[in-house]
Design a protein around this ligand. Sequence first.
Ligand code: HEM
Length: 405
Amino acid sequence: MVEETPWQQALRYENRPNPYPFYEELRKTPVARQPDGSYVVSTYRELVQLLHDPRVSSDQRKLPVPVENPFVGTIITTDPPEHDVDRRRMMRHFGPPECPHMIAGFEPQIRRIFTGLFDGMQGKTRIDLVDEFAFPGPVTVICEVLGVPLEDIPSFHAWIETALDGLDLGPEATTEEQQRRAAAVPAAVTQLRQHLGDLLDQYRERPGPGVLSGMANDDGPEGPLSQEAAIGNAMLMLFAGHETTVNLIAHSVLSLLRHPDQLETLRRRPGLIVPGIEELLRFESSVQFWPTRSALEDIEIAGTTIPAGAPIFVAYGAANRDPKRFENPDKLDLERPNNEHVGYSQGIHYCFGAPLARLEVQIGVSEFIRRAENPRLVEDPPPYRRNQIFRGPKHLWLDIDGVRD
Ligand code: HEM
């Protein structure tokens, strides 16, 4: 049997709870060629360098054998100038300079949503932090921000789960079970696209609150997004606003319970939550890597030449634990100085929703700390979700003595 590379091993489902020993091995070759001809970049310096390199594309339609993925034509899989124009067309409805109060204006609503979830747990002594808090909080918030009716949550959640479970980029992709999961993806994505297309049409006829209506009725200087791009980017925001934040809240609670001294520090000094969630994201990155980049030309880096046309995986989860950049990287230190992690990427694809994600996670984790009385992990490690990119616990069972008012 051919021995698997550290990257292939890191992608195995059994290693989802702890990919870090494989990342350590992987970083010994900062730019590592894989048997399929792709390159994985796992060290901080090289990763940041490539994120700023215009010879690196995010558009898989430019590969020698073009790849179609559900996000084709959205800002996350396009290059300038298309990327920049569409990102501005979206940002006009999401943040400064046109909507400077958009995210901050949601703060009271976000607090209400997270407080309401804890109110609903009164009387319980065992909770699943994912199903009862980390999932419903962010999903409600992103629906309200976008203007997606809350009653649509069960259907689009099921479509998104199907799409996520169907994507496997590791050695288990060829198993029969995984092939079955992959076969279900196109129908789920078509239904989600159809649903969002209908919603955009409705908003065009009757404008309402939220980003989708803003995008559907855009009258900005660069004209509106095409219907195709509006649907794709609506799906991207729903997806991104759904999966990543859930994982960060769940992982933050897990990491704090594994480091009681840090939890105690945060209890004593609640203001530490702002830098604290940056460290929690560095420590357990919600987006472990991104798989759509490729080299437009031969690129020389760290003694390796990535040939034109080769796919490049940027391994954020590995770079965030690079000891050459972060002192003692496997230590959780909420007061870590100079903590410029890559959990939200860098460069032109820097996370569009980071201001919203930060606000939600600060509020969500603070609410947990304030209200859960004597929380204990029931299972460590908890069960993990299958997806390798959006890595996080599927459930996080906790015993608590009660819920504080
Ligand atoms: C903790 C939460 C989040 C994390 C860790 C996160 C992480 C990331 C990362 C790493 C990327 C760059 C991917 C690449 O390499 O190209 C990204 C892009 C993006 N994120 Fe987030 N994200 C989070 C929350 C959100 C939310 C709430 C939204 C909602 C609007 C969002 C929307 C986007 C979009 C639209 C992009 C594409 C930006 C572009 O290509 O220009 N994200 N995010």
